[in-house]
Design a binder for this molecule. Sequence first.
Ligand code: ACO
Length: 402
Amino acid sequence: GIDTSKLLATTGQVALDIGFVNTASCTSEITYIDGDAGILRYRGYPIDQLAGKASFLEVSYLLIYGELPTADQLAAFDDRIRRHTLLHEDLKGFFNGFPRDAHPMPVLSSAVSALSTFYQDSLDPFDQRQVELSTVRLLAKLPTIAAYAYKKSVGQPMLYPDNSLGLVENFLRMTFGFPAEPYEADPELVKALDMLFVLHADHEQNCSTSTVRLVGSAQANMFASISSGIHALSGPLHGGANSSVLEMLEAIKRDGGDIGHFVDRVKNKEPGVKLMGFGHRVYKNYDPRAALVKATADTVLNKLGGNNELLDLARQLEDIALNDDYFIQRKLYPNVDFYTGLIYRAMGFPTKMFTVLFALGRLPGWIAQWREMIEDPATKIGRPRQVYTGPTERSFVELSQR
Ligand code: ACO
């Protein structure tokens, strides 16, 4: 067998790099990360300069088109998106086909996949007008789909989008509002969610984005590619971590709040016990997004009356881990998801929706990366090689002889 602990072994012409730890799959002009220094930039702009200053829509424009929009460009972009928020009525019917307790992530990816059957006039990856139309459709419709998935899961009536509202406000209204009842989102809540979306908007070649690119490299349409990315994001080692963090904190609390005992279980590598929301393939330093989220968690939780007990637990857990040799040696720091769940919970979202919120934030990144991949003349179909470790040639034995 192959010694898989050696992540990079060369055999003839093929490099074995399990988990692509050292292999770049593309060149990209979108996002820059320096994991050792804890730096993240979108199109050259440091994340801490964008977060809280540029809106999610501005950042989406920046990621997709390469430059910050002027006021006119932003207004036109916003207006276009507002005109596409409605879902086809037949697509709405899909939501009734899922079981009542369906997790909203597979509902989200199924509905995005289904978009390719409803919007057949925007599937050609090489027609610029169609690519623009798919881009706007996805940005506009994903919040509606996410809100429908939520309403379905709680057995409440779905609300049509109100296009007098901005993207985040509209999403909150469709999620928490009721038909024929006025709903006014708390502006601080809108601002905080908008900023969290900005922090999630792109992160270069992570698992879901690589999935989007790989599926797209076969020239599958944008809806199909992004639906695949949503499935990848649902995994607990990726976007699913934000809900796992809260489940972990609640379990520690249930067990009497003994953090030291929990950390020992992590260090002893008990099966399935990890410090969720810690560690990152690229960051070997504090995740700059986690620092921004941590600062927000305090404000938002105080304002919204969230669960401060869990926040205290999270803080203590972080303190202990950051001073423990196990975590120091392995360069394990909080990642973006360590504190987001606490904020989402305080905003009123059930745990199941956390990863859906991640998907809403990551969407512009997926779109930008898919478009860059399609436009790059160097793109080839993604097709990794393997190192075969099965039996050498052997002769077939008839069924009666086995
Ligand atoms: N808790 C405890 N130990 C950990 C953790 C953790 N969260 N993360 C890594 N380690 C340990 C590993 O056991 C390993 O130890 P070893 O050398 O003694 O075997 C060492 O640190 C290196 O870890 P790898 O698993 O090799 O790191 P990798 O880059 O493959 O994994 C990942 C990165 C998946 C993020 C990992 O840190 C993890 O599982 N974290 C928890 C889940 C999580 O928070 N995911 C969100 C990622 S960010 C995002 O998607 C937004």
